[in-house]
Design a protein around this ligand. Structure first.
Ligand SMILES: Cc1ncc(COP(=O)(O)O)c(C=O)c1O
Length: 375
């Protein structure tokens, strides 16, 4: 198999004439800060996720940071209060809890969906638990019914970290419409890509509540943040929002192609699954190498990378040096997370991956298994 020159990456910048038109409009009108593009992008995005209003900021991390800060202030949480957080997620979900003076308390994830396992939550609830940080990883909604039931039972707030998941529903309700506040990212490799960017929204948002915390114009009631995005990011976002159905359709097509063609390796690889009542928008295509197979995950990763197919680990958190330093060896308490950390990786499914690229990726897998003589 000949190595291709152009990488098949995990993300893309899909810039069409519409993005160029909208950004040019911003430049011509000379209105760079909060204006009509941001207003349209925020309200269009919020509506699609069952919310009244969204707030565009400069990253998903910023959105999460102010979401936790707002809940802490509104509900009078004290430093050291706890938030349940999945043991597999991008570091930002947990970092923002610590940055707000609170404590992340980890819970293991499901071995099928890799999202927070509802059965693992209750044993971690203490008198100081205030909220659950639910993360919808890789484009797949978490199990919201049982999670919301636990939240109601213990009167906990719910923050949805939906940075990796947009435009999909769980039992007919869109991600982002379950929790008290939900956050999204429009950083490169996400569904909508604006370079940098994020959105936070609250389903009962009123000017008095959330906006008061983050937008008190020239009335500095508290120490605040500067997390603004510009009209240019919103112009990019709006153009992509207008063709989001096409973006999601193409990602699902690519993922279904991989599912079909890689099925023959299921003895060795765990491919994505999702329940009938839910959906998967495939921000990525996660794969976990099964136990006891005659090769190491990193051999397969190296084979793909050498073929110029980009891979990423499946957002390991608790084995990050900064977390080991803070909490010691957490992996021993979270067997599923440990398995994912050491055996999981993902490849891209984005809309710019074409038929010939899909064939190339599958060939690379076939070549690996042929070389190993196990197919
Ligand atoms: C689950 C999750 N949360 C939060 C973030 C942070 O978003 P950003 O990179 O826009 O700060 C990411 C980013 O990829 C993410 O995957």
């Amino acid at each position: 198999m000949q190595r291709r020159k152009e990488q098949i990456g995990v993300g893309c910048a899909d810039i069409t004439e519409q993005e160029i038109r909208y950004v040019n409009e911003v430049l011509k009108t000379k209105r760079l800060s909060y204006g009509p593009f941001t207003q349209k992008f925020e309200s269009g995005f919020a509506k699609l996720h069952g919310c009244k209003r969204a707030l565009m900021v400069n990253s998903g991390t910023s959105a999460l940071r102010i979401a936790v800060a707002a809940l802490k202030e509104i509900h009078g949480w004290k430093d050291g209060d706890e938030i349940i957080c999945p043991a597999v997620t991008f570091v930002a979900s947990s970092n923002v809890i610590i940055m707000n003076g609170l404590e992340p308390v980890f819970a293991d994830v499901s071995p099928q969906t890799y999202n927070l396992d509802p059965a693992e939550i209750e044993k971690h609830i203490t008198k100081r638990t205030r909220a659950i940080m639910v993360v919808h990883l890789f484009g797949q909604p978490a199990e919201m019914d049982p999670i919301m039931k636990i939240a109601r039972k213990y009167k906990l707030k719910v923050i949805e970290d939906s940075c990796e998941t947009m435009f999909v529903k769980y039992k007919g309700k869109p991600v982002g419409s379950f929790g008290d506040i939900s956050c999204f990212s429009t950083y490169v490799a996400h569904f909508i890509v604006t370079g940098v960017g994020g959105l936070a929204h609250d389903k009962d948002l009123t000017p008095k509540k959330f906006q008061k915390v983050v937008e008190s114009r020239f009335k500095f009631l508290r120490l605040g943040y500067s997390f603004r995005a510009t009209e240019m990011e919103s112009a990019l976002g709006l153009a992509q929002l207008e063709r989001k159905d096409d973006i999601v359709r193409r990602r699902k097509y690519n993922a279904k192609y991989f599912l079909k063609k890689l099925k023959k390796f299921e003895k060795y690889l765990q491919l994505p699954t999702w329940p009938k009542y839910s959906d998967h928008a495939f921000m990525m295509f996660p794969i976990v190498v099964k136990e006891g197979v005659p090769f190491k995950r990193n051999e397969l990763i190296m084979h793909l990378e050498l073929a110029n197919i980009e891979t990423r680990d499946m957002v390991p958190l608790i084995n990050q040096p900064v977390y080991i330093k803070r909490y010691g060896n957490l992996e021993k308490n979270f067997p599923v997370s440990k398995w994912i950390n050491h055996n999981g990786f993902y490849i891209g499914t984005h809309q710019m991956i074409e038929e010939k690229d899909l064939e190339y990726v599958v060939k690379a897998f076939e070549e690996f298994f042929a070389k190993k003589n196990i197919c």
